[in-house]
Design a protein around this ligand. Structure first.
Ligand code: ADP
Ligand code: MG
Length: 272
């Protein structure tokens, strides 16, 4: 599906560009009264449709909280969150991928994907074609009949990504999805996510604490300060996108410089 098709499919009653995200002076607090704890904010952030934004910061700085606010799983204590111009509705605003795949273990790979297609309201007659397309996108051809406990951790996370893509939602949110994977599998999945999102034109917000992962994936990186997280650095990344040689990109001088810059920013933000 092209980005223009995606926009058409998801345009409608909403008033902002499909897949765009806006945070206006967002603060989020957990608990009440004397036990209240401010986890993030104030944060102002505007993510145009089609951008690949990576949120980086030390553990506990509020990255997951921000992502949950954008997904509509939490409402901000102060300020406003808008996705495609509207208040995000949980389960509808975005496709979400968590750190652990959260698949249905008694179902096959095919069963997990089909369930996502059903939730997405895809006509049953189109499931075989859509399923094959999704599995091919994440490199899972031939695994349809396997149970989720029969496949590797990397493959399970691929299923979770395919499931998040099933809804054809213009916004994709990923919360440290590769943190538990070995280095080689992680690099492969990074390459796939970069390619898939470039190809489909989806807006993506990806959370990580790895500067390396951030620079490889992002078209823009926002470094968060330590808790309560605020924007400490907002950096556009102009590395080539689309059909690129990942190895060459990772070995480039430009990549090394950006990684050093982000890594330094994360460390000083955590210490400040
Ligand atoms: P990160 O993802 O950057 O590690 P989180 O957004 O998970 O950070 O958490 C930010 C802060 O908010 C942490 O101090 C965490 O302990 C706290 N926190 C997260 N979720 C809750 C919750 N449901 N109730 C209370 N405090 C929470
Ligand atoms: Mg987190």
């Amino acid at each position: 599906m092209s980005s223009s098709e995606l926009t058409q499919a998801t345009a409608g009653a909403e008033t902002g560009p499909a897949g765009s995200v806006r945070l206006d002076h967002v603060t989020h607090r957990y608990g009440r009264g004397g036990a209240a704890f401010t986890a993030v904010g104030p944060v102002d952030l505007s993510v145009p449709a089609g951008e690949f934004l990576v949120l980086v910061g030390a553990s506990g700085c509020g990255k997951s909280t921000l992502l949950r606010l954008i997904a509509g799983f939490e409402e901000p204590t102060r300020g406003a969150v808008r996705v495609s111009g509207a208040q995000p509705r949980p389960g509808e605003a975005a496709g979400v991928v968590f750190q652990t795949p959260r698949l249905f273990p008694w179902r096959t790979v095919r069963g997990n994907i089909d369930l996502a297609l059903r939730y997405a309201g895809v006509n049953r007659a189109q499931w075989p074609e859509r399923r094959a397309e999704l599995l091919a996108r994440v490199g899972l051809e031939g695994t349809e009949k396997r149970r989720t406990w029969e496949i590797s951790g990397g493959q399970q996370q691929r299923v979770a990504i395919a499931r998040a893509l099933a809804a054809e939602n213009p916004l994709l949110l990923l919360d440290e999805p590769f943190a538990a994977l070995d280095a080689l599998t992680r690099e492969r999945l990074q390459e796939d996510v970069r390619r898939v999102t470039d190809l489909t034109g989806r807006t993506t917000v990806f959370v990580t604490h790895s500067a390396d992962e951030a620079v490889f994936l992002g078209s823009r990186i926002v470094v968060l300060s330590k808790s309560p997280g605020t924007v400490a650095l907002d950096l556009p990344i102009s590395l080539p996108r689309g059909d690129v040689d990942a190895e060459e990109l990772r070995d480039s001088e430009e990549f090394a410089e950006l990684r050093a810059e982000v890594s330094h920013a994360v460390k000083s933000a955590a210490a400040a």
